[in-house]
Design a protein around this ligand. Structure first.
Ligand code: NAD
Ligand code: TDX
Length: 339
């Protein structure tokens, strides 16, 4: 693989993916297509700004002419689609951008990639398409889709389009579904960076409902390594699940963050629950291990420590975000909901 088009590369996982790929593949070049929504940040890849293998193209994945203009010279071998509206709470406030980017955007990328005979397409999906688990069991690739939020419904719709393009057109796509990521450059609306940043500023940590909902945390680098493996070795039409084998209640995670930061538990505020809040996610990644030789490598306690250190060393990165566009959303979201 010589040249990739990566979408959403200015976001959390996309920027980590581009960094890992360029660091480990000297002959690879990447075009990063990003609309720069509130979640897209050019700073996330500032270290590659002057690397001739890296090119940034600002634009929307829904824009056919724009995507075609990037694919038309035939030099792109693979398309990796990270671009999405990614925050469940925002999808509850307004689902339209989720339908537009996550569904229409995916359909447009599929059409453009097909038209230009792209050799490989990878759709970055999520475990949330499977819905919610009770206290036992794990999601496998055979688990029926049962999305519960507008966000996960839009991701599931995109997955179905990818499936249909494989079936109908023999289109060379692979889909990956991953659990909750953590690591550097995550937008501070998501639990871990939000709580670290709030705790450092002595602000309350809004725990939804009882705090007993469970998430399976995976380090972003493990996820990105899995995407690279699925892209190169995955079978066309297949789905691969990735998880971190690190299930935690939100409350236990919050305690761990506060302890690592030396902050008191009195900062915790129980706020009204997220509507339709999924109880538990857990992943069975046996297929990825068997077919891709992939396993998560990061031990959660170590990964969390490194992540906290990164946010401590990069507090200006978060503060720039929080003092700008993010502030009004934060106030709208939590200002009136603190108990
Ligand atoms: P993010 O919100 O941090 O980044 C999304 C990026 O997409 C941003 O840079 C944004 O500017 C860009 N974007 C949005 N709409 C666009 C459009 N119409 N055209 C071009 N660019 C657009 O998201 P993330 O957490 O990095 O997630 C990346 C992908 O991984 C998403 O598809 C998400 O569903 C999936 N995923 C995320 C997680 C997680 O824990 N964060 C877990 C599993 C899967
Ligand atoms: O302030 C908060 N308080 C709180 O209790 C926030 C932001 C979250 N929560 C809870 C809700 C969830 O149970 O913490 C858990 C994690 O929440 P998020 O960080 O919003 O992630 P989640 O909703 O689980 O979805 C994430 O993982 C799957 C990503 O945002 C998705 O893009 C991905 O598909």
């Amino acid at each position: 693989m010589q040249r990739m088009l990566v979408t959403g590369g200015c976001g959390f996982i996309g920027s980590n993916f581009i960094r890992l790929e360029l660091q480990t593949n000297p002959n690879l070049s990447i075009i990063n297509v990003d609309k720069l929504t509130y979640a897209g940040n050019l700073e996330n890849l500032a270290d590659f700004q002057n690397d001739s293998r890296y090119q940034f193209a600002r634009g929307d994945i829904c824009d056919k002419e724009f995507i075609n203009s990037l694919l038309k010279d035939g030099s792109v071998d693979a398309v990796v689609n990270f671009a999405a509206e990614s925050h469940v709470d925002r999808s509850i406030l307004d689902s339209s951008p989720f339908v537009q980017t996550n569904i229409v955007g995916t359909q447009n990328l599929l059409d453009c990639s097909r038209q230009h005979q792209i050799k490989r397409y990878l759709q970055v999906s999520t475990d949330e398409v499977y819905g919610s688990l009770g206290d036992d069991g794990k999601f496998t690739e055979e688990t029926p889709l049962a999305p519960n939020s507008p966000y996960s419904a839009s991701k599931a719709a995109a997955d179905m389009l990818v499936r249909a393009y494989v079936h109908t057109f023999n289109f060379p796509a692979v889909t990956t579904r991953c659990s909750n990521n953590y690591g550097p450059y995550q937008f501070p609306e998501k639990l871990i960076p939000l709580f670290i940043s709030n705790a450092l500023q002595g602000q309350s940590l809004p725990v939804y409902g009882t705090g007993l909902n469970i998430r399976d945390w995976i380090h972003v680098e493990d996820h990105c390594r899995g995407i690279g493996a699925a892209l190169r070795q995955g079978k066309v039409g297949e789905v691969y699940n990735f998880g971190g084998n690190s299930e935690l209640t939100n409350l236990d995670l919050t305690y761990a963050l506060l302890e690592a930061l030396g902050k008191p538990r009195t900062l915790i505020r129980y706020v009204s629950d997220r509507p339709g809040h999924d109880h538990r996610y857990a992943i069975d990644a046996t297929k990825a291990k068997r077919e891709l030789g992939w396993e998560p490598k990061t031990i959660f306690q170590e990964g969390l420590r490194q992540t906290i250190d990164w946010y401590l060393s990069n507090s200006a990165w978060i503060e720039r975000i929080k003092s700008g566009v993010y502030r009004s959303y934060y106030e709208q979201q939590y200002g009136s909901r603190l108990n």
